[in-house]
Design a protein. Structure first.
Length: 64
């Protein structure tokens, strides 16, 4: 299996009043509220989603 690094995504701003596509992207990543974190594999599709809502989240690499 490929060795894909993991990233921790934490929501730091509210999705209230944001573009609907950005709200759906945050929800698709599994983010529910400010301060909520999820750990995902850093596939290109996930990185693209994070880049789209970068102003709403904080991203950090997860060491194994």
């Amino acid at each position: 299996m490929e060795d894909v690094p993991e990233i921790k995504i934490t929501q730091v701003k509210s999705t209230i009043g944001r573009i609907p596509v950005h709200r759906r992207t945050a929800r698709a990543l599994g983010l529910r509220r400010i301060g909520h974190s999820v750990v995902k594999k850093a596939h290109p599709s996930i990185r693209g989603m994070v880049k789209q809502i970068g102003y709403l989240v904080r991203v950090e690499e997860v060491s194994r």
